[in-house]
Design a protein around this ligand. Structure first.
Ligand SMILES: [Cu+2]
Length: 178
């Protein structure tokens, strides 16, 4: 009996670990074995706004070459305890950022740009300042069950401070490579 119980609790622990990778994505079951699409979503030119905290934005170009829409359902990063997917919205005549319901959709065979003034990844609850040149690891969990991990390099940017006022969207110091 003892042995059986021990085995059962190990099994539960294993399921919890496996389930963690799919958090927020209840419907995808066996897509982790679908290696064909492993590299179908690629992040380039990723950067994080250098900041003393408590929160800052993460940006980049995300290319989905899979032929089907894919959704970023959640994210994590090494610079903060909490990560949200944000969008800009007009609230009471002012542009503010808010959590994007349902995640960020990456349309099939196209590149989605995360940039100041648009959809972005938000590092919240930073435990230490992020200084220019520093690299932060970011992981995205996709609706396919895949995880995409990349490094974002910290850059100074005056573009859109955390409130992202509409008039702040003219950012000349960004090296737009698109
Ligand atoms: Cu934000």
């Amino acid at each position: 009996m003892k042995g059986l119980r021990k085995h059962a609790s190990l099994l539960v622990a294993g399921l919890l670990i496996a389930g963690g990778a799919l958090a927020g994505c209840g419907s995808s079951s066996d897509s982790a074995s679908d290696s064909d699409s492993a590299a179908s979503v690629i992040v380039t030119d990723a950067w994080i706004r250098a900041s003393d905290g408590p929160m800052t934005g993460i940006f980049g170009d995300i290319t989905n070459s899979s032929g089907a829409d894919v959704t970023i359902v959640s994210a994590t990063n090494s610079a903060s305890s909490m990560t949200e997917l944000h969008e800009m919205a007009m609230v009471d005549g002012e542009m503010v950022m808010q959590e994007k319901a349902g995640g960020v959709v990456l349309p099939a065979d196209s590149t989605t740009v995360l940039e100041p003034g648009g959809d972005h990844i938000m590092a919240m609850g930073m435990t230490a300042p992020v200084t220019p040149g520093e690299e932060v690891e970011v992981s995205l969990t996709l609706s396919t069950g895949e995880t995409v991990t990349f490094m974002a390099v910290a850059k100074e940017s005056a573009a859109g401070d955390e409130e992202y006022h509409e008039s702040d969207m003219d950012h000349s110091d960004m090296d737009g490579d698109m």
